[in-house]
Design a protein around this ligand. Structure first.
Ligand SMILES: [Zn+2]
Length: 316
């Protein structure tokens, strides 16, 4: 009797809470790639305040979203607990509020109000949220957008980011509108940006390019790979500036040369969160096993033909 009672109590205690976990996994669901610009005051079209950015992280965490690195998404390497949804953070234009050092008592500290400071603190308080973001930097832009605007610390910042599992992406040398230039200039803008980044991080693999203004060069291939000024670049994905939630990396609709993003304004973010509340069947929900892709019944026709890695597909 006592044993059965104990077993019942244990079962109740160990049961997962009734939330997203109770929905069946769907790894063909869509994924939000959020796009931030300035983290600063006041809140406006291209600026999120530090407090609002922190609130975004809280909202995402409470809603069952977990951080996944962009490169892991591209590789289909999504190692989340069952019932969780990946979300990718991206930051464009390397403005100072994204990453700032302060000198405190002769020591350098990351400003707790810059994006990196907020992310670091949030991940410390919520280790299950993960720690990932991609920074699409401008190494040759005018101030204040040149590599976060502290020239004396720019190498330290890039090394910190790479060493902590954040990613650095190409956003061209100085935010060139790639639709306006001939091939040679397009390639130079990309290869020189890479060269400047790799000056601080030798051989660092830059796998992604965010198109300034979302504008493609006349030939997409110019942005994907090539050599200019003695520098060879090769990108696995090109990111746009809009377009909504991205298809699952396992979906036939996933096109890494046209990755859509969601601008992380209050309105856009709320509207996409509400969208997935209304239509939870559209949302990527992990099965908890990174070696298995769990898809809806009869979902095979929506699968990509060439799946990344050595992944097994299960219909639920
Ligand atoms: Zn930009």
């Amino acid at each position: 009797m006592t044993g059965r009672f104990l077993a019942l109590v244990l079962a109740l205690l160990l049961a997962p809470p009734a939330s997203a976990e109770t929905r069946p996994p769907n790894e063909l669901g869509r994924v939000m790639i959020l796009e931030y610009h300035r983290i600063d005051y006041p809140e406006e079209r291209w600026t999120r305040t530090p407090e609002n950015f922190r609130r975004d992280l809280e909202t995402l965490w409470a809603g069952g979203y977990r951080l996944v690195a962009l490169n892991d998404l591209l590789d289909g390497r999504i190692a989340l607990e069952a019932g969780r949804t990946p979300v990718v953070l991206t930051f464009d234009d390397s403005s100072p509020g994204q990453f700032r050092y302060l000198e405190v008592d002769g020591r350098l500290e990351i400003d707790p109000k810059c994006a990196v400071g907020i992310l670091e603190a949030f991940s410390r308080e919520h280790p299950d949220f993960g720690r990932a973001a991609t920074f699409f930097v401008l190494p040759g832009a005018a101030r204040p957008n040149r590599l976060f605007d502290q020239p004396e610390h720019e190498g330290r910042k890039l090394r910190f980011l790479a060493g902590r599992g954040y990613e650095i992406g190409n956003h061209t040398l100085w935010h060139a509108n790639l639709g306006k230039y001939e091939e040679a200039t397009v390639r130079e803008q990309i290869s020189l940006a890479q060269q400047w980044i790799q000056r601080h991080l030798p051989r660092y693999p830059i796998r992604t390019l965010a198109l300034p203004h979302g504008v493609y060069p006349r030939e997409v291939s110019w942005a994907l790979q090539g050599t200019a000024k003695g520098v060879t670049y090769r990108h696995d994905a090109l990111l746009m500036v809009a377009g909504g939630a991205a298809p699952s990396p396992f979906s036939r609709a996933f096109d890494p040369t046209r990755l859509p993003r969601i601008q992380a304004t209050e309105r856009e973010l709320q509207s996409w969160l509400a969208h997935f509340e209304r239509r939870p069947e559209e949302r990527f929900l992990s099965d908890g096993d990174p070696t298995v892709i769990t898809i809806p019944r009869a979902g095979r026709r929506d699968l990509r033909t060439a799946l990344p890695g050595d992944l097994r597909v299960i219909e639920r």
